[in-house]
Design a protein around this ligand. Structure first.
Ligand code: FES
Ligand SMILES: [Fe+2]
Length: 446
């Protein structure tokens, strides 16, 4: 029998083992200028930039995994992605959520192919290695053929070292030393609460996960949900006409809203009209809510602002729309494609008929064939279509709207600007540039 050195090999380690010269690092310092509001078009089309995003943004940011309502008993699992990495989120016997890389340690097949369900073990269908809900390798056929020093405990699934929740939303991070999720949300929590904390009972998800593929870089969607109320009147003009009681289009006070847009150093962003009569669009939902109760439970400013109409992105690729109860992830699928995963979130205490009204309203407006969603997807695909071309790719884009209006504004925590602004877009690209320019945990030697 020949000698072998498996016990000493660095390849046995779970973490990324990559010779330094395998990835070429691009200097992106000149590709975005958040202070002056310029963006180099190539950040949306370059494969090299995209690969660096996987290493330096997705491998160390808090990424949305799912809603806690999807995990009700031990064994419940849900399959999703962190960046392009397939992961399984499972509830273990202690009712903790574990996030496991869906990648068999034997030859690399996925050990789970179902979208969601309930199980005791994840058994790879190639040779039969089987893992428990914590990712531990619990059995393998023909173990007697492995060398004596084969340590089964060393060959469990790679697990995300950090999983944290905020108001029912579950996030995971590959960086064990990442700042806590709540620190990265910062003042954004106040804006999220206006959506996720209306009901003392909490929220639930209904109707499963709707998924569709779009031509377009993931950042086009993430930045729009962070920063762009501006497009609403033009892009959604027909949809607004259909929804207007007179069929003639939005009234002046709808077309020219006043409001705020939130931005922070972590790249999060949210925009919303501010008006004392803001209301939910779906009539049964509007009638269900007691706005005085909400003013009391939350605050008058949250009810006037981010409670209803508005948009938001939690950096890098999780977004939501409060008025629709829509939460979504923009999964990157190469520089030119994204896969949208969308859930409907509702207050647990809502009666069934109100839940149904909100779910249908979300599907009609922001489902894959929703009257608003189609406008947005069309725009992103249009922006992507020629981004790779030489002259187009070398022409800078303008992100100067509202520049200089950022500051403190009474009643609204953190830094906000006017509603019609690129402030949160500039903030998103400031964070993007910071992470893209800093070595991540897997690139350091200690
Ligand atoms: S690839 Fe999974 S058991 Fe072989
Ligand atoms: Fe839109």
């Amino acid at each position: 029998m020949c000698d072998h050195t498996s016990a000493d090999s660095p390849l046995q380690q779970q973490t990324i083992v990559r010779p330094d010269n395998l990835d070429h690092t691009i200097d992106v310092s000149g590709m975005v200028d958040p202070d002056n509001g310029y963006v180099d078009r190539r950040i949306f089309s370059s494969k090299a930039v995209y690969d660096q995003e996987m290493r330096r943004i997705f491998a160390r940011s808090w990424l949305f995994i799912g809603h806690e309502d999807q995990f009700r008993k031990p064994g419940d699992f849900f399959q999703t992605y962190m960046g392009e990495d397939p992961v399984i989120a499972s509830m273990n016997k202690k009712r903790e959520i574990r996030v496991l890389l869906n990648n068999c340690r034997h030859r690399g097949a996925r050990v789970c192919r179902a979208d969601e369900g309930s199980t005791k073990n994840f058994t790879c269908t190639y040779h039969g290695w089987s893992y428990d809900l914590d990712g531990k390798l619990v059995s393998l056929p023909g173990k007697q053929h492995y060398p004596e020093d084969f340590k089964q405990e060393d060959w469990g699934l790679v697990t995300a070292p950090r999983v944290e929740k905020y108001k029912g939303l579950i996030f995971a991070n590959w960086d064990k030393d990442a700042e806590p999720l709540e620190d990265c949300l910062g003042d954004m929590k106040w804006y999220i609460d206006a959506f996720m904390d209306r009901d003392p009972e909490g929220t639930c998800v209904v109707g499963g996960v709707t998924k569709w593929v779009l031509d377009g870089n993931w950042k086009l969607a993430a930045e729009q949900f962070a920063t762009d109320w501006y497009h609403v009147n033009m892009s959604h003009a027909s949809a607004l006409m259909v929804m207007s009681p007179t069929g003639k289009g939005p009234k002046k006070e709808i077309a020219e809203r006043t409001g705020r847009q939130y931005t922070d150093r972590y790249g999060n962003g949210a925009g919303f009209p501010v008006h004392p009569k803001n209301r939910f669009d779906a009539q049964p939902v509007h009638e269900y809510y007691d706005y005085d109760f909400l003013r009391d439970r939350l605050s008058p400013e949250q009810v006037m602002g981010p409670l209803t109409n508005g948009h938001a992105t939690i950096f890098p690729n999780f977004s939501y729309l409060p008025v629709n109860g829509s939460i979504r992830v923009w999964h990157p699928k190469g520089p030119n494609k994204m896969e949208v995963w969308s859930w409907t979130v509702l207050d647990k205490s809502m009666p069934d008929e109100v839940k149904k009204a909100q779910r249908l309203y979300n599907l009609r407006t922001f489902g894959p064939s929703g009257i608003f969603e189609q406008d947005d997807g069309e725009n992103w695909s249009e922006c992507q279509a020629n981004a790779h071309a030489f002259m187009v790719g070398n022409t800078a884009l303008n992100y100067q709207m509202g520049i200089g209006t950022e500051g403190e504004h009474e009643g609204f925590p953190g830094t906000t600007s006017e509603l019609y602004s690129d402030a949160a877009g500039r903030g998103l690209y400031r964070r993007w540039q910071e992470l893209m320019s800093t070595p991540a945990w897997h690139e350091t030697t200690d």
